[in-house]
Design a binder for this molecule. Structure first.
Ligand SMILES: [Zn+2]
Length: 179
């Protein structure tokens, strides 16, 4: 769903579209790949049905405010017992988009409330995909969707990973040289 800035009238424009599961899943997994091997990896999230986005676009000059909601359902392993959990998702968002400056030095940090568009058009699906990725929780538990969790105790693997994570942070301190 690509919308030209010139196609957004003064009174605004509403669009609804669905996200493509393969693109969304690929984007989510690419976040996991950049994680350091020693730190705790986020769980795998898989969308098997295309999430639906309902968006309204308001324009003032070249600044576009995009707000709406993304709804869908993803599956991921429970952080405690590793059994598959289907979690419904409904994310409301509001993001201010501006044309990407030609000079890289003028770039400000993009976040969940601020971003850029290029070539006088907005790739709405891409913006919403990014928002969905950022909104995914770090851990999912069976109990959150009313399911009984099969294992209550934290497994040994999990605590070993936590130790590795702490060690990594202390390792930085060890390398500091005192004069
Ligand atoms: Zn569980």
């Amino acid at each position: 769903m690509i919308i030209k800035i010139s196609d957004i009238p003064v009174e605004g424009r509403d669009v609804s579209f669905s996200l493509q599961c393969d693109l969304l899943n690929k984007r989510i997994n690419s976040v996991g790949e950049v994680y350091d091997k020693k730190s705790i990896k986020p769980p795998e999230y898989v969308f098997s049905d295309p999430p639906l986005a309902e968006v309204s676009l308001q324009r003032q000059g070249s600044t576009v405010v995009m707000q709406g909601v993304a709804k869908g359902q993803y599956s991921s392993p429970c952080s405690r017992c590793a059994s598959n959990v289907e979690t419904p998702m409904s994310t409301k968002f509001r993001i201010v988009l501006k044309p990407r400056p030609k000079d890289e030095a003028e770039l400000e940090e993009e976040d969940i409330e601020f971003g850029y568009y290029t070539d006088k058009e907005i790739n709405c699906a891409e913006v919403v995909e990014e928002i969905v990725v950022l909104e995914l929780p770090y851990a999912v538990y069976c109990t959150e969707v009313g399911k009984e969790c099969e294992v209550v105790e934290v497994s040994e693997d999990d605590s070993a990973q936590e130790e590795a994570f702490v060690d990594e942070r202390f390792a930085v301190l060890k390398n500091i040289k005192l004069n």
